[in-house]
Design a protein around this ligand. Structure first.
Ligand code: S3P
Length: 435
Protein backbone atom coordinates (compact mmCIF):
# COMPACT_ATOMS: atom_id res chain seq x y z
CA UNK A 1 0.00 0.00 0.00
CA UNK A 2 1.34 3.47 -0.84
CA UNK A 3 0.36 6.87 0.38
CA UNK A 4 0.99 10.44 -0.63
CA UNK A 5 4.40 11.50 0.62
CA UNK A 6 4.29 14.29 3.21
CA UNK A 7 7.10 16.82 2.83
CA UNK A 8 6.84 18.52 6.21
CA UNK A 9 4.59 20.12 8.79
CA UNK A 10 4.54 23.88 8.66
CA UNK A 11 2.35 26.72 9.92
CA UNK A 12 0.52 28.09 12.92
CA UNK A 13 -2.34 26.50 14.83
CA UNK A 14 -4.58 27.47 17.71
CA UNK A 15 -5.10 24.31 19.74
CA UNK A 16 -8.57 23.25 20.99
CA UNK A 17 -9.63 23.86 24.58
CA UNK A 18 -8.09 21.92 27.44
CA UNK A 19 -10.07 18.83 28.44
CA UNK A 20 -9.37 18.98 32.19
CA UNK A 21 -10.20 22.69 32.43
CA UNK A 22 -13.33 22.29 30.27
CA UNK A 23 -14.79 19.72 32.69
CA UNK A 24 -13.95 21.95 35.63
CA UNK A 25 -15.30 25.11 33.97
CA UNK A 26 -18.64 23.35 33.42
CA UNK A 27 -18.87 21.80 36.88
CA UNK A 28 -17.73 24.87 38.79
CA UNK A 29 -20.05 27.22 36.88
CA UNK A 30 -22.89 24.83 37.71
CA UNK A 31 -22.26 25.22 41.43
CA UNK A 32 -21.77 28.98 41.25
CA UNK A 33 -24.71 31.29 41.66
CA UNK A 34 -25.65 33.04 38.43
CA UNK A 35 -24.73 32.96 34.77
CA UNK A 36 -21.26 32.08 33.39
CA UNK A 37 -20.10 32.26 29.80
CA UNK A 38 -17.39 29.75 28.88
CA UNK A 39 -15.22 30.50 25.84
CA UNK A 40 -13.13 27.93 23.94
CA UNK A 41 -14.74 24.99 25.75
CA UNK A 42 -13.55 21.67 24.34
CA UNK A 43 -16.49 20.15 22.47
CA UNK A 44 -15.59 16.49 22.58
CA UNK A 45 -17.39 13.33 23.64
CA UNK A 46 -15.87 13.46 27.13
CA UNK A 47 -16.86 17.04 27.88
CA UNK A 48 -20.33 16.52 26.38
CA UNK A 49 -20.82 13.69 28.90
CA UNK A 50 -20.27 16.28 31.62
CA UNK A 51 -22.69 18.73 29.92
CA UNK A 52 -25.38 16.03 29.69
CA UNK A 53 -25.00 14.90 33.30
CA UNK A 54 -25.15 18.48 34.61
CA UNK A 55 -28.31 18.99 32.54
CA UNK A 56 -29.79 15.79 34.02
CA UNK A 57 -29.07 17.32 37.43
CA UNK A 58 -31.19 20.37 36.65
CA UNK A 59 -28.53 22.80 35.39
CA UNK A 60 -29.47 24.94 32.40
CA UNK A 61 -26.69 24.90 29.82
CA UNK A 62 -26.88 26.27 26.29
CA UNK A 63 -24.55 27.23 23.49
CA UNK A 64 -24.79 30.70 21.96
CA UNK A 65 -22.37 32.34 19.50
CA UNK A 66 -19.52 29.92 20.23
CA UNK A 67 -19.89 30.40 23.97
CA UNK A 68 -21.34 27.95 26.45
CA UNK A 69 -23.70 29.54 28.93
CA UNK A 70 -24.24 27.88 32.29
CA UNK A 71 -26.81 28.97 34.88
CA UNK A 72 -25.41 27.84 38.22
CA UNK A 73 -27.65 26.72 41.09
CA UNK A 74 -25.15 26.92 43.97
CA UNK A 75 -23.12 24.26 45.80
CA UNK A 76 -26.29 22.55 47.03
CA UNK A 77 -28.32 22.99 43.87
CA UNK A 78 -28.48 19.67 42.02
CA UNK A 79 -31.94 18.13 41.71
CA UNK A 80 -32.85 14.43 41.72
CA UNK A 81 -32.04 13.14 38.18
CA UNK A 82 -34.76 11.20 36.37
CA UNK A 83 -32.32 8.92 34.55
CA UNK A 84 -28.96 7.24 35.00
CA UNK A 85 -25.95 9.54 34.64
CA UNK A 86 -23.94 8.35 31.65
CA UNK A 87 -20.23 9.24 31.80
CA UNK A 88 -19.43 7.55 28.48
CA UNK A 89 -15.64 7.09 28.27
CA UNK A 90 -14.80 9.91 30.65
CA UNK A 91 -13.02 9.11 33.92
CA UNK A 92 -12.85 12.82 34.78
CA UNK A 93 -16.64 13.16 34.41
CA UNK A 94 -17.28 10.13 36.62
CA UNK A 95 -14.84 11.00 39.38
CA UNK A 96 -15.46 14.76 39.56
CA UNK A 97 -19.23 14.45 39.28
CA UNK A 98 -19.25 11.86 42.07
CA UNK A 99 -17.63 14.46 44.31
CA UNK A 100 -20.00 17.17 43.12
CA UNK A 101 -23.22 15.21 43.82
CA UNK A 102 -22.01 13.52 47.01
CA UNK A 103 -23.09 16.34 49.34
CA UNK A 104 -26.48 16.91 47.71
CA UNK A 105 -29.36 14.86 49.16
CA UNK A 106 -30.10 13.00 45.91
CA UNK A 107 -29.77 9.45 44.65
CA UNK A 108 -27.74 8.95 41.44
CA UNK A 109 -26.74 6.00 39.29
CA UNK A 110 -23.49 6.46 37.35
CA UNK A 111 -22.80 4.33 34.27
CA UNK A 112 -20.06 4.37 31.63
CA UNK A 113 -18.87 2.61 28.50
CA UNK A 114 -16.99 -0.70 28.55
CA UNK A 115 -13.57 0.91 29.11
CA UNK A 116 -14.76 3.20 31.93
CA UNK A 117 -16.67 0.33 33.55
CA UNK A 118 -13.33 -1.42 34.01
CA UNK A 119 -11.61 1.50 35.70
CA UNK A 120 -11.30 1.81 39.50
CA UNK A 121 -13.79 4.06 41.33
CA UNK A 122 -13.16 3.13 44.97
CA UNK A 123 -10.18 5.48 44.93
CA UNK A 124 -12.79 8.29 44.98
CA UNK A 125 -15.82 6.76 46.66
CA UNK A 126 -13.83 5.63 49.74
CA UNK A 127 -13.28 9.31 50.61
CA UNK A 128 -16.86 10.31 49.79
CA UNK A 129 -18.27 7.57 52.03
CA UNK A 130 -16.20 8.87 54.94
CA UNK A 131 -17.72 12.32 54.36
CA UNK A 132 -21.26 10.97 54.47
CA UNK A 133 -22.57 9.51 51.21
CA UNK A 134 -23.67 5.90 50.69
CA UNK A 135 -22.17 4.14 47.67
CA UNK A 136 -22.80 0.79 46.00
CA UNK A 137 -20.27 -0.31 43.40
CA UNK A 138 -20.34 -3.18 40.94
CA UNK A 139 -17.83 -5.81 42.11
CA UNK A 140 -16.88 -3.45 44.93
CA UNK A 141 -14.88 -1.27 42.50
CA UNK A 142 -16.61 -0.43 39.24
CA UNK A 143 -19.45 1.33 37.46
CA UNK A 144 -22.40 1.04 37.36
CA UNK A 145 -22.58 2.51 40.84
CA UNK A 146 -25.20 4.23 42.93
CA UNK A 147 -24.51 7.08 45.30
CA UNK A 148 -26.88 8.57 47.85
CA UNK A 149 -25.70 12.00 48.83
CA UNK A 150 -26.07 13.14 52.41
CA UNK A 151 -27.31 16.42 53.83
CA UNK A 152 -25.08 16.03 56.87
CA UNK A 153 -21.46 15.90 55.75
CA UNK A 154 -18.37 15.62 57.88
CA UNK A 155 -15.50 18.09 57.62
CA UNK A 156 -12.43 15.82 57.75
CA UNK A 157 -8.72 15.56 57.12
CA UNK A 158 -8.04 13.52 53.96
CA UNK A 159 -4.57 12.24 53.14
CA UNK A 160 -4.69 11.11 49.53
CA UNK A 161 -2.57 8.00 48.99
CA UNK A 162 -2.23 8.23 45.19
CA UNK A 163 -1.15 11.30 43.26
CA UNK A 164 -4.41 11.92 41.39
CA UNK A 165 -6.02 15.21 40.41
CA UNK A 166 -9.32 13.43 39.93
CA UNK A 167 -9.41 12.15 43.53
CA UNK A 168 -8.30 15.55 44.84
CA UNK A 169 -10.91 17.42 42.79
CA UNK A 170 -13.71 15.08 43.88
CA UNK A 171 -12.89 15.78 47.53
CA UNK A 172 -12.60 19.54 46.88
CA UNK A 173 -16.03 19.56 45.23
CA UNK A 174 -17.47 17.80 48.28
CA UNK A 175 -15.67 20.23 50.63
CA UNK A 176 -17.25 23.25 48.93
CA UNK A 177 -20.65 22.10 50.26
CA UNK A 178 -19.48 20.73 53.61
CA UNK A 179 -20.01 22.68 56.79
CA UNK A 180 -16.65 23.25 58.52
CA UNK A 181 -12.97 22.70 57.86
CA UNK A 182 -11.90 20.11 55.28
CA UNK A 183 -8.16 19.53 54.91
CA UNK A 184 -6.77 17.71 51.87
CA UNK A 185 -3.16 16.56 51.72
CA UNK A 186 -1.77 15.32 48.43
CA UNK A 187 1.64 13.60 48.56
CA UNK A 188 2.82 15.06 45.25
CA UNK A 189 1.35 18.02 43.47
CA UNK A 190 -0.99 16.97 40.68
CA UNK A 191 -2.70 19.16 38.08
CA UNK A 192 -4.18 22.09 39.99
CA UNK A 193 -6.83 23.45 37.64
CA UNK A 194 -9.64 23.06 40.19
CA UNK A 195 -7.66 25.11 42.72
CA UNK A 196 -6.72 27.79 40.19
CA UNK A 197 -10.29 28.17 38.92
CA UNK A 198 -11.57 28.41 42.49
CA UNK A 199 -9.02 31.14 43.19
CA UNK A 200 -10.14 32.95 40.04
CA UNK A 201 -13.73 32.61 41.30
CA UNK A 202 -12.60 34.29 44.55
CA UNK A 203 -13.17 31.25 46.75
CA UNK A 204 -11.30 31.71 50.00
CA UNK A 205 -9.21 28.65 50.91
CA UNK A 206 -5.62 27.89 51.97
CA UNK A 207 -3.08 26.24 49.66
CA UNK A 208 0.27 25.39 51.26
CA UNK A 209 3.37 23.62 50.01
CA UNK A 210 4.44 20.61 52.11
CA UNK A 211 7.88 19.00 52.45
CA UNK A 212 7.07 15.93 50.30
CA UNK A 213 6.59 18.31 47.35
CA UNK A 214 2.83 18.00 47.63
CA UNK A 215 0.20 20.44 48.84
CA UNK A 216 -2.11 20.94 51.79
CA UNK A 217 -5.46 22.52 50.98
CA UNK A 218 -7.80 23.84 53.64
CA UNK A 219 -11.42 24.68 52.86
CA UNK A 220 -13.96 26.20 55.18
CA UNK A 221 -17.37 25.51 53.69
CA UNK A 222 -20.06 25.77 52.71
CA UNK A 223 -19.31 28.35 50.02
CA UNK A 224 -21.50 30.65 48.03
CA UNK A 225 -19.59 31.29 44.79
CA UNK A 226 -20.50 34.12 42.42
CA UNK A 227 -20.28 33.16 38.75
CA UNK A 228 -17.66 34.66 36.43
CA UNK A 229 -16.94 34.14 32.75
CA UNK A 230 -14.26 31.52 32.03
CA UNK A 231 -11.80 31.18 29.17
CA UNK A 232 -10.41 27.70 28.47
CA UNK A 233 -6.77 27.67 27.25
CA UNK A 234 -5.46 25.36 24.52
CA UNK A 235 -4.87 21.76 25.62
CA UNK A 236 -1.15 20.99 26.04
CA UNK A 237 -1.86 17.24 25.96
CA UNK A 238 -3.50 17.60 22.53
CA UNK A 239 -0.73 19.98 21.44
CA UNK A 240 1.75 17.19 22.29
CA UNK A 241 0.58 15.14 19.29
CA UNK A 242 1.10 17.93 16.77
CA UNK A 243 4.34 18.92 18.40
CA UNK A 244 5.86 15.43 18.25
CA UNK A 245 4.65 15.21 14.65
CA UNK A 246 6.78 18.27 13.85
CA UNK A 247 9.79 16.94 15.80
CA UNK A 248 9.90 13.66 13.87
CA UNK A 249 9.02 14.97 10.37
CA UNK A 250 12.15 16.36 8.65
CA UNK A 251 12.20 20.12 7.80
CA UNK A 252 9.10 20.86 9.87
CA UNK A 253 8.47 24.01 11.87
CA UNK A 254 5.19 24.80 13.58
CA UNK A 255 3.87 27.34 16.04
CA UNK A 256 1.05 26.64 18.49
CA UNK A 257 -0.85 29.58 19.97
CA UNK A 258 -2.61 30.05 23.32
CA UNK A 259 -1.48 26.75 24.80
CA UNK A 260 -1.91 26.19 28.53
CA UNK A 261 1.52 26.37 30.21
CA UNK A 262 0.52 25.18 33.69
CA UNK A 263 3.67 23.54 35.07
CA UNK A 264 1.81 20.41 36.20
CA UNK A 265 0.96 19.76 32.54
CA UNK A 266 4.04 20.55 30.48
CA UNK A 267 6.72 18.29 31.97
CA UNK A 268 6.68 16.43 28.64
CA UNK A 269 8.19 19.52 26.98
CA UNK A 270 11.25 19.23 29.28
CA UNK A 271 11.49 15.53 28.43
CA UNK A 272 11.35 16.23 24.69
CA UNK A 273 13.94 19.01 25.08
CA UNK A 274 16.17 16.57 26.97
CA UNK A 275 15.77 14.18 24.05
CA UNK A 276 17.15 16.92 21.79
CA UNK A 277 13.88 18.52 20.68
CA UNK A 278 14.12 22.08 19.43
CA UNK A 279 11.29 23.64 21.37
CA UNK A 280 10.74 27.28 22.33
CA UNK A 281 8.18 28.31 24.90
CA UNK A 282 7.00 31.89 25.32
CA UNK A 283 4.59 32.94 28.03
CA UNK A 284 1.99 35.37 26.72
CA UNK A 285 -0.96 36.02 29.06
CA UNK A 286 -2.88 34.79 32.07
CA UNK A 287 -6.56 34.02 31.56
CA UNK A 288 -9.05 32.71 34.13
CA UNK A 289 -6.12 32.06 36.46
CA UNK A 290 -4.03 29.98 34.04
CA UNK A 291 -0.80 30.83 32.16
CA UNK A 292 -0.99 30.73 28.35
CA UNK A 293 1.77 30.86 25.80
CA UNK A 294 3.18 30.08 22.37
CA UNK A 295 5.16 26.93 21.61
CA UNK A 296 7.41 26.76 18.55
CA UNK A 297 8.88 23.43 17.44
CA UNK A 298 11.28 22.43 14.67
CA UNK A 299 12.21 18.98 13.36
CA UNK A 300 15.04 17.58 15.49
CA UNK A 301 17.41 14.65 15.84
CA UNK A 302 16.22 12.97 19.00
CA UNK A 303 18.09 10.72 21.39
CA UNK A 304 16.79 8.14 23.85
CA UNK A 305 16.73 8.91 27.58
CA UNK A 306 15.62 7.37 30.86
CA UNK A 307 12.42 8.82 32.28
CA UNK A 308 12.40 8.17 36.04
CA UNK A 309 9.33 6.88 37.90
CA UNK A 310 8.99 10.01 40.05
CA UNK A 311 8.00 12.03 36.96
CA UNK A 312 5.09 9.76 36.03
CA UNK A 313 2.30 11.86 37.64
CA UNK A 314 3.40 14.81 35.47
CA UNK A 315 3.57 12.84 32.22
CA UNK A 316 0.61 10.58 32.81
CA UNK A 317 -1.32 11.46 29.63
CA UNK A 318 1.73 11.94 27.41
CA UNK A 319 3.44 8.53 27.58
CA UNK A 320 1.74 7.27 24.40
CA UNK A 321 3.02 10.20 22.32
CA UNK A 322 6.40 10.18 24.08
CA UNK A 323 6.70 6.56 23.00
CA UNK A 324 6.35 7.73 19.38
CA UNK A 325 9.14 10.29 19.89
CA UNK A 326 11.22 7.52 21.50
CA UNK A 327 10.69 5.24 18.51
CA UNK A 328 12.34 7.89 16.31
CA UNK A 329 15.17 8.68 18.76
CA UNK A 330 18.67 7.33 18.54
CA UNK A 331 19.27 4.78 21.30
CA UNK A 332 17.03 3.40 24.00
CA UNK A 333 14.33 5.20 25.94
CA UNK A 334 13.49 3.71 29.29
CA UNK A 335 10.13 4.70 30.82
CA UNK A 336 9.92 3.68 34.45
CA UNK A 337 7.15 3.39 37.02
CA UNK A 338 4.14 3.29 34.73
CA UNK A 339 1.86 1.54 37.26
CA UNK A 340 -0.95 4.11 36.95
CA UNK A 341 -0.95 3.73 33.15
CA UNK A 342 -2.63 0.36 33.72
CA UNK A 343 -5.81 2.19 34.84
CA UNK A 344 -6.26 4.71 32.06
CA UNK A 345 -8.67 4.56 29.09
CA UNK A 346 -6.83 1.33 28.25
CA UNK A 347 -4.03 -0.54 29.99
CA UNK A 348 -1.54 1.81 28.38
CA UNK A 349 1.51 -0.30 29.13
CA UNK A 350 -0.03 -3.00 26.96
CA UNK A 351 -1.52 -0.67 24.33
CA UNK A 352 1.67 1.38 23.88
CA UNK A 353 3.74 -1.76 23.36
CA UNK A 354 1.12 -3.20 20.98
CA UNK A 355 1.00 0.04 18.98
CA UNK A 356 4.78 0.18 18.56
CA UNK A 357 4.86 -3.51 17.58
CA UNK A 358 2.35 -2.76 14.79
CA UNK A 359 5.13 -0.62 13.30
CA UNK A 360 7.81 -3.26 13.92
CA UNK A 361 9.45 -1.19 16.69
CA UNK A 362 11.28 -3.23 19.28
CA UNK A 363 10.20 -2.86 22.90
CA UNK A 364 10.70 -4.68 26.19
CA UNK A 365 8.39 -4.61 29.20
CA UNK A 366 9.49 -5.36 32.75
CA UNK A 367 6.55 -5.17 35.15
CA UNK A 368 5.53 -1.52 34.81
CA UNK A 369 8.56 -0.26 32.89
CA UNK A 370 8.88 -0.02 29.10
CA UNK A 371 12.10 0.02 27.08
CA UNK A 372 11.83 1.37 23.52
CA UNK A 373 14.59 0.73 21.01
CA UNK A 374 14.56 3.78 18.76
CA UNK A 375 15.58 3.44 15.14
CA UNK A 376 15.47 6.83 13.37
CA UNK A 377 17.34 5.54 10.35
CA UNK A 378 14.85 2.73 9.66
CA UNK A 379 11.92 3.41 7.31
CA UNK A 380 8.57 3.47 9.10
CA UNK A 381 5.93 1.00 7.92
CA UNK A 382 2.67 0.04 9.56
CA UNK A 383 2.85 -3.73 9.34
CA UNK A 384 -0.52 -4.53 10.87
CA UNK A 385 -3.74 -2.87 12.00
CA UNK A 386 -3.13 -0.95 15.25
CA UNK A 387 -5.30 -2.15 18.11
CA UNK A 388 -6.18 1.05 19.95
CA UNK A 389 -8.39 -0.52 22.66
CA UNK A 390 -10.82 2.42 22.12
CA UNK A 391 -8.16 4.69 23.63
CA UNK A 392 -8.01 8.17 22.05
CA UNK A 393 -4.40 8.79 22.98
CA UNK A 394 -3.27 5.55 21.36
CA UNK A 395 -5.22 6.32 18.16
CA UNK A 396 -3.79 9.86 18.03
CA UNK A 397 -0.23 8.68 18.71
CA UNK A 398 -0.35 6.00 16.02
CA UNK A 399 -1.70 8.57 13.54
CA UNK A 400 1.25 10.84 14.26
CA UNK A 401 3.69 8.07 13.42
CA UNK A 402 1.56 7.61 10.31
CA UNK A 403 2.79 11.00 9.05
CA UNK A 404 6.23 9.52 8.39
CA UNK A 405 5.21 5.98 7.54
CA UNK A 406 5.42 4.70 3.96
CA UNK A 407 1.93 3.25 4.04
CA UNK A 408 -1.34 4.45 5.59
CA UNK A 409 -1.90 3.57 9.24
CA UNK A 410 -4.89 1.36 9.92
CA UNK A 411 -6.60 1.82 13.29
CA UNK A 412 -8.97 -0.93 14.43
CA UNK A 413 -11.53 1.71 15.46
CA UNK A 414 -10.93 3.84 12.31
CA UNK A 415 -10.08 6.80 14.53
CA UNK A 416 -13.48 6.89 16.26
CA UNK A 417 -11.92 7.18 19.73
CA UNK A 418 -10.20 10.45 18.79
CA UNK A 419 -13.52 12.24 19.35
CA UNK A 420 -12.99 11.68 23.09
CA UNK A 421 -10.47 14.50 23.33
CA UNK A 422 -9.49 15.78 19.88
CA UNK A 423 -12.43 15.63 17.45
CA UNK A 424 -10.87 17.99 14.87
CA UNK A 425 -7.44 16.33 14.89
CA UNK A 426 -7.53 15.38 11.20
CA UNK A 427 -8.55 18.90 10.16
CA UNK A 428 -5.84 20.49 12.30
CA UNK A 429 -3.27 18.18 10.77
CA UNK A 430 -4.48 18.99 7.25
CA UNK A 431 -3.88 22.69 7.93
CA UNK A 432 -0.17 22.13 8.57
CA UNK A 433 0.69 19.23 6.26
CA UNK A 434 2.73 20.27 3.24
CA UNK A 435 2.81 17.53 0.61
C1 S3P B 1 -7.26 14.32 34.87
C2 S3P B 1 -6.36 13.76 35.72
C3 S3P B 1 -5.48 12.64 35.35
C4 S3P B 1 -5.43 12.46 33.83
C5 S3P B 1 -6.76 12.55 33.19
C6 S3P B 1 -7.41 13.89 33.47
C7 S3P B 1 -8.10 15.42 35.38
O1 S3P B 1 -5.96 11.47 35.97
O2 S3P B 1 -4.82 11.22 33.51
O3 S3P B 1 -6.66 12.40 31.78
O4 S3P B 1 -8.69 16.15 34.56
O5 S3P B 1 -8.16 15.58 36.60
P1 S3P B 1 -5.52 11.11 37.48
O6 S3P B 1 -5.60 12.34 38.24
O7 S3P B 1 -6.49 10.11 37.99
O8 S3P B 1 -4.13 10.57 37.35
Amino acid sequence: MTKQKIKKLSGTLRIIGDKSISHRALILSSICIGKSEITNLLESEDTMSTVNILTDLGIQIKKKDNKWIVYGNGTNGFIQPKKVLDCGNSGTTARLMLGAVSTNPIYCTFVGDKSLSNRPMRRVTDYLEKIGSKVNLTNNEHLPLTIKGSQINLPLLHEISKPSAQIKSAIILAALNTDGKTTIIEPKQTRDHTELLLKYLKVNYKNQKITSGGRKLIFNGPYEIRSKNIYVPGDPSSAAFILVGALITPNSKIKLLDVLLNKTRIAYLSILKKMGGKIKIKKTKIRSGEQLGTITVSASSLKGITIPANLSPYLIDEYPILSIAASQAKGTTYMKGLDELRYKESDRVRSIVGMLKSFGIKTETRKNDIKIYGSPSKEVNCIKTVKVYSDHRIALSASILGIISNNPVKLDDRGKSMTTSYPNFKNDLKKIIIS
